[in-house]
Design a protein around this ligand. Structure first.
Ligand SMILES: CC(=O)N[C@H]1[C@@H](OP(=O)(O)OP(=O)(O)OC[C@H]2O[C@@H](n3ccc(=O)[nH]c3=O)[C@H](O)[C@@H]2O)O[C@H](CO)[C@@H](O)[C@@H]1O
Ligand SMILES: C=C(OP(=O)(O)O)C(=O)O
Length: 429
């Protein structure tokens, strides 16, 4: 199992190219199931989750080419991948494939809308909470689907096409918004989704679906209206830059000090989070080529945060922000409201000397003047990168074990950071 070894203490200076967003690329890839034409996606990151979804889509009969070729490539940061779901050969997504990744469950929407049936294993993904699928089931039922949950599978049928309806999400869900929006594109009549997720990834998906011939308005607001059409065509569409990767590196620079251009990043995709990082003492500016983050020797100011759906502070940056706060000049409160078990990084950060106490869904972080390197274990995707950030600022050597979590969501992390002066390497095996 690969590990990452870091020798902390260096400032970060240089340029980090920001990759296409994992959480935008995955639903966009799944949208290829909605058409028998070719969907070409630009700026797809090279990540374990993308590779896994290619396998899952392949099981349904989706063919693909990468930069115009059949084989997968590993060079370069972004790839153009064309997906062609001309013939759906199987409407079952088996446990062995779906259990590895939460987003793979989302195939349920397009398969049901296009084929009238889908049998999809209950999903896996980061172990950060119970993560039920009740909203997907309830929402698809509102569109007329018959749904049973049987032997760990969601079995959905809509023999006479889905029917548009109004559905009010009782709780905001990014994944259920993606799925109902995709399903409603091929439903008969109009669907109105209320209390929908407003995340940039939802907007990116809606724009792609509209380029494919869908009729969606309101994405990015809490009410999305979808006028169903008979079929969708192919399109060419670009994956937005990864706002979580952007925020992660911004927090790394805020912690180590230095001056880094996050090339290709868009501040508008995470303004709330960047404002928080500025309040800790970093300077952040949007330039023509990306987002520039600077911090000189001044101390890190403590800031309280509460995670919220977009445009609030993202839960996917909570662990990284906690890493930053471990070295602040005071006490900060970090409250997690999205997932009930997303504090597994706390005990690992403590190995580096962090002072954190938990009280329900709130972590109280007492900043310390220095962290000291130690062996630590990655427990989930964003928790792992919080340990990397802390390791970059800690004195001496930190070894992060179970790096496969990181590989799900951070493209060439060691390469990007070492080019900015960090001492970081992957130890294979
Ligand atoms: C691949 C991807 O894009 N993953 C992101 C997506 O996950 P994901 O789409 O799984 O997250 P949701 O927005 O659905 O989850 C939000 C909350 O709703 C709950 N819920 C969700 C569905 C449901 O049927 N019932 C229910 O109770 C969840 O348990 C959670 O407490 O949004 C999360 C919240 O921004 C991010 O942390 C994940 O990185
Ligand atoms: C939690 C995440 O991913 P997933 O929803 O796939 O588990 C994440 O991207 O931080």
């Amino acid at each position: 199992m690969d590990r990452i070894r870091i020798v902390g203490g260096n400032e970060l200076t240089g340029t980090i190219p920001i990759s296409g967003a994992k959480n935008a690329a995955l639903p966009l890839m799944i949208a290829s199931l909605l058409t028998d034409d070719t969907l070409t996606l630009e700026n797809v990151p090279h990540l374990a989750d993308v590779e896994q979804l290619i396998r899952i889509l392949g099981n349904h009969g989706v063919d693909y080419t990468v930069n115009g070729r059949r084989e997968r490539q590993s060079e370069g940061y972004s790839r153009t991948i064309s997906f062609s779901a001309r013939n759906i050969v199987d409407t079952t997504a088996p446990y062995e494939l779906v259990s590895k990744m939460r987003a793979s469950f989302w195939v349920v929407g397009p398969l049901l809308a296009r084929m009238g049936e889908a049998k999809v294993s209950l999903p896996g993904g980061c172990a950060i909470g119970t993560r039920p699928v009740d909203l997907f089931i309830e929402g698809l039922q509102a569109l007329g689907a018959d749904i049973d949950v049987d032997n760990g599978y969601v079995v959905a049928k809509a023999k006479n096409r889905l029917i548009g309806n109004r559905y009010v999400f009782p709780k905001i869900s990014v994944g259920a918004t993606h799925v109902l929006m995709m399903a409603a594109t091929l439903a008969r009549g109009e669907t109105v989704l209320e209390n929908a997720a407003r995340e940039p990834e939802v907007v990116n998906l809606a724009e792609c679906l509209n380029a494919m011939g869908a009729r969606i308005t309101g994405a990015g607001t809490s009410t999305i209206t979808i006028e169903g059409v008979d079929s969708l065509s192919g399109a060419r569409h670009r994956v937005i830059p990864d706002r979580i990767e952007t925020g992660t590196y911004a927090m790394a620079v805020a912690m180590t000090g230095g001056d880094v251009l996050l090339e290709g990043a868009r501040a508008d995709l995470l303004q709330g989070a960047l404002d928080v990082v500025s309040r800790t003492g970093a300077e952040i500016i949007q330039t023509n080529s990306g987002v520039r983050v600077m911090r000189n020797g001044s101390g890190i100011s403590p800031v309280d945060v509460v995670t919220e759906p977009f445009p609030g502070f993202p839960t996917d940056l909570q662990a990284q922000f906690m890493g930053l706060m471990t070295m602040s000049k005071g006490k900060s409160k970090i409250t997690e409201t999205i997932f009930e078990n997303r504090f597994m990084h706390v005990q690992e950060l403590a190995r580096l000397g962090a002072h954190i106490t938990l009280s329900g869904q709130t972590a109280i972080v007492e900043g310390v003047s220095k962290l000291k390197g130690a062996p630590v274990m990655a427990t989930d995707l964003r928790a792992s990168v919080s340990l990397v950030i802390a390791g970059l600022a800690a004195e001496g050597e930190t070894v992060v074990n179970r790096v496969y979590h990181l590989d799900r969501g951070f493209e060439r992390l060691e390469e990007k950071l070492s080019r900015c002066g960090a001492v970081i390497e992957r130890i294979s095996g």
